[in-house]
Design a protein around this ligand. Structure first.
Ligand SMILES: C[S@@+](CC[C@H](N)C(=O)[O-])C[C@H]1O[C@@H](n2cnc3c(N)ncnc32)[C@H](O)[C@@H]1O
Length: 269
């Protein structure tokens, strides 16, 4: 029963993104200030954490982007001199990614069955991917990522926080109740989690060390949703304070963006 459910969730995540590929591509186009939209502001915060992780890598390190979408991160990774590879199950997304990165291998595949040998990568990133998958696929995906990581490697994964102050969880549940259905191609599944669960799940999957980061504590995404220009003004006004508060560990369960970094010991065989 659980496998039917995780299969349906997986299928919907792929179909949804296949249909949304052109819209998604447009998010990365143009010259947009980071405060202008909730998407760009959130991504900026996640990207700062990713930049710190990339700085730890040697030039030419092997980086896999799982659920690489339209290939924006592959483009950045290649430009930084890393040996990038992508996996993407939605055809239209994959076509965008391949067109933008003609020299990168962008393979058809899913996080629960990665087409690579054990220990193939120094860093694996999965940005806004696990949130679309069933809990059982999250567990399988974590195990697969840990399998393809080389000793000394790290995984950088984003999640959706169940208790974020912007009440995304309640809004999603409310929407489901109103529409009398859990999810469909238009409104795909969202897997909510907590820092504690992420830490436990990554440990179970074989991580030797886990770091959790929370970003965007103020309920800015809610304000952006109600009135984007007000969201942008508010984000700009509270940014330094919000960053400062997010640096305090106790705020993690309430942050809008959750990032888990799982490390594999260099001494592992
Ligand atoms: C919100 S998009 C993010 C794309 C890209 N990571 C980015 O941040 O630009 C989520 C991506 O995950 C992909 N995806 C969906 N189900 C997946 C699965 N089971 N395994 C790997 N990727 C999946 C989707 O097709 C989509 O391209």
């Amino acid at each position: 029963m659980q496998s039917d459910e995780s299969e349906r969730t997986r299928r919907v995540a792929i179909d949804h993104h296949h249909e949304m590929a052109d819209v998604f591509e447009s998010f990365y186009a143009g010259d947009i200030a980071r405060w202008d939209t909730a998407f760009h502001y959130g991504r900026h915060k996640v990207d700062l954490l990713l930049d710190a992780e990339l700085k730890r890598l040697e030039p030419g390190a092997r980086v896999l982007d799982v659920g690489c979408g339209t290939g924006e991160y592959l483009r950045r990774l290649t430009r930084l001199g890393f040996a990038a590879s992508g996996v993407e199950p939605a055809r239209a997304m994959r076509e965008h990614a391949q067109r933008r990165n003609p020299d990168v291998a962008v393979l058809d595949g899913v996080v629960t069955d990665l087409p690579f040998a054990d220990g193939s990568f120094d860093l694996v990133i999965a940005i806004e991917v696990f949130r679309y998958l069933h809990r059982a696929d999250n567990a399988r995906g974590h195990a697969e990522i840990m399998r393809v990581l080389a000793p000394g490697g790290a995984a950088f994964i984003t999640y959706v926080n169940r208790y974020a102050l912007d009440a995304f969880y309640l809004r999603q549940r409310g929407r489901q109740l109103l529409r009398r259905r859990d999810f469909d191609n238009e409104n795909p599944h969202c897997e909510f989690t907590t820092p504690r669960e992420v830490r436990r799940d990554l440990r179970r999957a074989g991580a030797d060390q886990v770091e959790i980061h929370g970003r965007l504590l103020a309920p800015l995404r809610l304000v952006y949703k109600l009135h984007e220009p007000t969201g942008a003004r508010l984000a700009r006004a509270v940014e330094s304070l919000d960053d400062l508060v997010c640096a305090q560990g106790w705020t993690r369960p309430f942050a809008g963006h959750l990032v888990g970094i799982a490390r594999k010991d260099a001494r592992r065989a």
